[in-house]
Design a protein around this ligand. Sequence first.
Ligand code: NDP
Length: 327
Amino acid sequence: MTTHTTRMLIIGSGPAGLSAAIYGARAGMQPIVVQGLQPGGQLTITTDVENYPGFRDVIQGPWLMEQMQAQAEHVGTRVIWDTIVDIDLASGSPFTATGDSGDTYVGDVVVIATGAQAKWLGVLGEQELGGKGVSACATCDGFFFRGKKVAVIGGGNTAVEEALYLTNHSDDVTLIHRRDELRSEKILQDRLFANPKIKVLWNKQVTRFLGDPAGQGLASLELKDTVTGAVSDFIADGAFVAIGHKPATELFKGKLPMDENGYLLVEPGTPRTSIPGVFACGDVMDHIYRQAVTAAGTGCMAALDAERFLAHREFEAGKELPSVAAY
Ligand code: NDP
């Protein structure tokens, strides 16, 4: 069992964690990134990325994450393949965490970038057609269905927003919901019902996604009426599952304030949690924007605030500020 000590312990290796690492490393904080169960985060399970600034042509999500990791390592980050299974935040800085490997991690500051996972229906064909017609992110993949027929599954704010967003690309959007009323905000519902490009199918549960015979993509959705039990087929080129996200915050239950959906609460407009020296960035604290570029932005903010926190503390303690050259 090894003890890893760092000025900046980063939990999670998506765009938020790796951006925090790039800034932290360049500020001499010698960050350690503990990768977690899905190294690289949600982008590693998407394919084409067309909205991350800096790339004229389509790039691949896994490739982008490899580049971010390589950049973070190049400037002095240690990336460790482990998953944090316990952490003591109550005792204050330095914070001690335990990895699944049995190793101990000690960090003067902790940056939480554990992300969130889209919830899936868990029905036949969903996994197989992921990236080939079935998606959980309209902002990421909607563009690929320009002029095509698309469906959105869900009845909350995300589903309604995704349906509205998709009308930028398609004139034929259908929202499929399992009940006969939406749970989304009234103003969004008003916009949805007023949009001539959107139809709503009520009381329908998706029971299966079917691919086309050539294996090229989605052909249709099998629907079951939740009132009559009748089964029908709905033809669509693309389907967006929008039934909510789950932030990866199990580890912090009872340790940090969260909202009713489990997202970490931060001081508005900052990545600061209620515990000095503990910062949260990316999807774990953002249930609204959830983009790679916004996650990267808040990762940068977390590193800048972490650096200020340590500098201030060292100044208060009457120590000399550490120089970058010392690392
Ligand atoms: P929600 O939990 O609000 O809604 C999930 C929707 O998916 C519900 O309509 C639910 O149906 C449906 N659903 C859940 N499981 C299944 C299933 N297995 N099969 C079929 N349908 C299912 O999630 P959202 O992502 O929409 O929103 C999460 C939070 O983020 C909310 O607090 C929301 O207000 C907020 N948000 C805010 C935004 C904004 O302010 N602009 C934008 C996006 C989200 P049912 O209604 O029957 O339970």
